[in-house]
Design a binder for this molecule. Structure first.
Ligand code: HEC
Length: 466
């Protein structure tokens, strides 16, 4: 009896010990110690100072790990793979990345203006608060008379007129308002003025064997005096799954009137993004009535969904057409350290989960593929991850210093990221409107004014150039 007691006791002791060994506090304190012992002599006693610097060799996780493991040809001895094991190096890279996050947050905090006047490179902006007390505004468009239509994820669609009076639009399809699901994006038909047709994305649900399943769907209807009529689903990203996140759900019309729909991986990274016969993890391209364009890339393949335009996507929550080139641009949430800006190409593989700039530690080792010939690389990526949502090109002359640039909202860091573009080349990022809120959506009205929507609390602002 005593023998068993002793055995149980030692087993428990071992368990607690192992548990503590892997606890976040334990990992943090050993990473701190490794930094002090191995890195501080050259990179500075405080890790904050190190992570604040502009880095030359890249700051994605893989580049960090590579810098630590393999060093650089011109710097002798910058090779720590003898002194630290894989896991310790991975944890050290986490420690550096976490510090970048903390630094970025501090920097944005310090950049909040006291007088509602946001000074950027070449532009000064004052915020005009359009609406407050919203739940979670997700998509915005403007009617020909410049009334705003916007969705709230909880399943509501509103029209806001020039006197800021809000009217609910009825006839919206019921959606699965759970986790990231609900009523999502909205777009007008390119010929809305004559046909009054609008498009909505939402999480469509069905019950089966006592469980709730959902997927991303596109609903097309006619707007008739604040009512949606003749509505029907024109696209459903089969299969339905039990996950309630990574819906994607953005819409964009190109110059030829084709409609693009983004669908996230629904949390099934190994089941969907690389399989052409599955809807999730794709950008789809359909006609305005939901039928399939004859020149879609996989239309003749029996093992593919005919609507697939590109694949290997994680959670694309930004779609916009480049005003000069007509190309489709996209932003997507990668894993930590790998949020991407992509230029979408017909029939191409964007790599998730085979290739990514951010890697997830899977216990044994990290997959360190960042390039493969058949996979399209992003135009750029964000480290640390900003969780991009909403995307728009600045087309109007109201913001001369930003004209032609790309705007992406950041959920994670609560600001507007301006991607400074020269044509299709991304030169740099500027952080606008620091701390404004979890940014969900960006839209441009018929006069050229930029609007942004944030959540928690839900608000919509207009950016007034000074
Ligand atoms: C003997 C001095 C020395 C030590 C010790 C050292 N480094 Fe470095 N490290 C350098 C130099 C020099 C560079 C190159 C900087 C440059 O290219 O401007 C560098 C570059 C780097 C970079 C790339 C930075 C960039 O600009 O992109 C990373 C990341 C890095 N070191 C991490 C570490 C870590 C983590 C440790 C501890 C495990 C460490 N280093 C220890 C000298 C050192």
């Amino acid at each position: 009896m005593i023998k068993y007691g002793l055995l149980l006791f030692s087993a428990l002791l071992l368990l607690t010990f192992c548990h503590r060994e892997n606890s976040p506090e334990r990992i943090l304190s050993s990473s701190k110690a490794h930094y002090k012992k191995q890195c501080a002599s050259c990179h500075g006693a405080s890790v904050e100072d190190f992570t604040k610097k502009e880095w030359k060799h890249g700051n994605s996780r893989l580049e960090l790990i590579n810098s630590i493991k393999n060093g650089f040809p011109d710097i002798a001895g910058h090779n720590f793979s003898e002194k630290l094991n894989e896991r310790q190096i991975f944890n050290l890279s986490n420690y550096l990345l976490d510090n970048m996050v903390a630094n970025k947050e501090k920097m944005l905090q310090n950049a909040v203006p006291k007088d509602n006047k946001y000074v950027s490179e070449g532009m000064t902006i004052v915020l005009d608060t359009i609406l407050t007390d919203l739940e979670n505004p997700w998509g915005i468009v403007f009617l020909p008379n410049n009334d705003m239509l916007f969705t709230e994820r909880i399943g509501k669609l509103w029209r806001l007129d020039g006197n800021k009076k809000k009217t609910e639009i009825t006839g919206v399809p019921p959606s699965l308002v759970e986790s990231q699901g609900g009523l999502l994006d909205i777009k007008l038909h390119p010929k809305f003025e004559s046909n009054r047709i609008i498009y909505l994305t939402y999480s469509k649900t069905k019950d089966s064997l006592g469980s709730t399943y959902g997927t991303t769907a596109v609903y097309r209807a006619r707007l008739d005096n604040d009512k949606l009529v003749d509505g029907k689903d024109i696209f459903v990203a089969e299969p339905y799954t039990k996950a309630f996140h990574h819906y994607g759900g953005r819409l964009a019309f190109d110059r030829n009137g084709y409609l693009y729909v983004s669908v996230g991986d629904r949390g099934g990274k190994d089941d969907y993004p690389q399989f052409l016969d599955k809807g999730p993890g794709k950008i789809h391209r359909i006609k305005d009535d939901g039928s399939i364009p004859a020149d879609n890339p996989f239309i003749n393949r029996k093992d593919a969904m005919a609507s697939v335009w590109s694949y290997g996507h994680r959670n694309p929550q930004g779609l916009a057409i480049h005003p000069q080139t007509g190309e489709l641009w996209e932003t997507e949430h990668g894993p930590r350290g790998g949020d991407e800006v992509n230029m979408i190409q017909k029939g191409k593989n964007f790599g998730w989960p085979v290739v990514s700039y951010g890697t997830e530690y899977d216990g044994g080792s990290f997959t360190s593929i960042t390039r493969r010939d058949d996979i399209i690389n992003p135009i750029d990526y964000w480290v640390p991850s900003i969780a991009p949502c909403g995307l728009a090109f600045v087309t109007s002359d109201l913001y001369p210093a930003w004209k032609g640039d790309l705007l992406a909202g950041s959920l994670r860091f609560r600001y507007l990221d301006r991607c400074d573009l020269e044509g299709s080349k991304l030169l740099k990022h500027e952080q606008l409107l620091p701390q404004i809120g979890r940014m969900r959506c960006i839209a441009i009205d018929n006069k050229g004014y930029i609007y942004v929507a944030v959540e928690e609390p839900g608000m919509i602002f207009r950016l007034m150039p000074q």
